[in-house]
Design a protein around this ligand. Structure first.
Ligand code: CAA
Length: 484
């Protein structure tokens, strides 16, 4: 199966990126759009993307011209008749995709492989609309397609032997790593990523922390390339909404219901980067600036106090002990139970250090604004970025990270994908510094299991209960997941 001529139907953000990827790898590309205006938009996207590479000295002008010269643009699907592979990247509406595939089936030669870049729809349902279901696969790229190094190759129960291998080999030619998976809602990456993004929106809606602070915590604290709201804007809120709908339809888990705020923004036409405004608009990201407090006296309590006291002392701030303006209580659990034991509970702020740059600062229902502001100032003094949040189990980072890790364990335990494939998919598809199993092992299985128990006890969300496999490994004293 030789793929030399490739069709790309739909030249939006993803389609234009995919066409660029094929053209860069030396394949001839036929790009199809509905009308001349959409075609011009697609051309513009490819010109800008390759133009940026020239500006950065990654491509010469001549190379760019060669790449763009390999792409033929047309509004006629009939021009795809000789393509060896056609991939579609049109909107995520099953009826549109089904009717496109019926059409392509009639136009293309019988051996052409038809692929869908769907983020979540059933590849099987799309394949069944054609007379060649054995030659229909999912070929799922990640945004921005020219940059992210993963493709998920999705096979169905009727995919012909050989097709998956050939398409995976093609992915290698494109400079991508292929992870092959079966046809389940969200595949590997979206099944793990989108619930986390939806959860971030829920935490913001519950007032646990603000947009910029959540983004900052996940970027600086965990080392993710982008915070969840920046990433939602990149993916597109409409696409994110659609993926959540499909996940919910399959799992019927309440936490998979798309957040009402997502629906509101999508209905308002605020789709993220593609429409110019989503969670973020024109303005820049400003992590919340706690108002500057006056002269501060402070005390520190809880495990790890000495180190924080020493860091503050090195910056010229001496602990004053009893009767301080603010009591910094180091903790990885809510601190209100400690606050109520103080003479003045309004002075207590929980401090949870995440990585070496972020301090989550938990205000209880009793914490005064002055104490919260003083805590933020003290963290800045020692070079930490404060992330103000409510005094809830998991604060921000653990509340978002642990359920994601738990989902990865359940996915593996259900036999859907191997540990190595899941880790590779999250690293290469989302630019995470480590895959979920690598993260679990470096955080410590027991710590994550216990954190999940605390989250479950607080939120009573069944999916937060530790996955049985994780629980059993902790009970057995294991520090790693067995790789079979
Ligand atoms: N098109 C082409 N190239 C782009 C680009 C784009 N839209 N955006 C960035 N780049 C290139 C830049 O030119 C730069 O290239 P060089 O290194 O060769 O100079 C490189 O990417 C890094 O870009 P920047 O330095 O401008 O910015 P950055 O370091 O912040 O990286 C990022 C940007 C690559 C997008 C990074 O933030 C990242 O990896 N984010 C995570 C993205 C992610 O998770 N994607 C998956 C979403 S899920 C999905 O897509 C599936 C779905 O179905 C919903």
């Amino acid at each position: 199966m030789a793929f030399e001529r490739v069709g790309v139907v739909g030249l939006g953000t993803m389609g234009a990126g995919i066409a660029e990827v094929f053209a860069r790898a030396g394949l001839r590309v036929i790009g199809v759009e509905a009308d001349a205006e959409m075609l011009a938009r697609g051309r513009g996207l490819m010109e800008r993307s390759t133009g940026r590479a020239v500006d950065k000295g990654k491509l010469t002008g001549a190379e760019r011209d060669e790449i763009l010269g390999r792409v033929t643009l047309t509004t006629s699907r009939a021009d795809l008749r000789d393509a060896d592979l056609v991939i579609e990247a049109i909107p995520e509406i099953l009826d549109y995709k089904v009717s496109l595939f019926e059409d392509l089936d009639g136009i293309c030669k019988p051996e052409t492989v038809l692929a869908t870049n769907t983020s979540s729809l059933s590849v099987t349902a799309i394949a069944a609309a054609t007379g060649r279901p054995g030659r229909v696969v999912g070929l799922h790229f990640f945004n921005p397609a020219p940059v992210m190094r993963l493709v998920e190759v999705v096979s169905t129960v009727v995919t012909e032997p050989g097709v998956v291998g050939a398409v995976s080999e093609l992915a290698g030619r494109l400079g991508k790593t292929a992870v092959t998976v079966g046809d389940r809602a969200g595949f590997v990456v979206n099944r793990l990523l989108l619930p986390y993004l939806n959860h971030a929106v829920a935490l913001m809606e519950q007032g646990v922390a603000g947009r910029d602070d959540i983004d900052l915590a996940m970027k600086l604290g965990v080392g993710l390339p982008m915070g969840p709201f920046t990433l939602l804007d990149l993916i597109g809120l409409d696409t994110s909404y659609e993926v959540m709908e499909v996940l919910f339809d399959e799992t019927r888990e309440r936490r998979h219901a798309p957040s009402p705020l997502l629906r509101e923004l999508v209905t308002a036409g605020l789709l993220g980067r593609k429409s110019g405004r989503g969670f973020y608009g024109e303005e820049r990201v400003h992590p919340s600036e706690a108002g500057r407090s006056g002269a501060i006296t402070f005390d520190v309590a809880g495990p790890g106090s000495e180190e924080l006291v020493a860091r503050l002392a090195a910056a010229g701030f001496e602990r004053s002990g009893e009767g301080a303006d603010v009591v910094l209580r180091l903790a990885d659990r809510p601190v209100v139970e400690h606050a109520v034991r103080l003479r003045d509970p309004a002075t207590m702020v929980g401090v949870h250090l995440v990585g070496d740059q972020v301090a989550e600062l938990a205000s209880t229902a009793l914490t005064s604004d002055a104490a919260a502001a003083a805590a933020a100032d003290l963290m800045k003094v020692v070079g930490l970025s404060p992330v103000p949040c409510k005094d809830r189990a998991g604060f921000v980072v653990d509340a978002l990270l642990y359920p994601y890790l738990n989902d990865a364990v359940r996915m593996h335990d259900a036999g859907y994908a191997s540990i190595d494939d899941i880790d590779a998919a999250m690293r290469l598809g989302c630019g995470y510094p480590a895959g979920p199993f690598q993260m679990l092992e470096s955080l410590g299985l027991a710590r994550v299991r216990d954190g999940l128990r605390a989250l479950y006890a607080e939120y009573r969300e069944p999916a937060f209960a530790p996955a049985p496999l994780l629980d059993q490994l902790v009970t057995a004293g294991a520090s790693e997941f067995p790789r079979r």
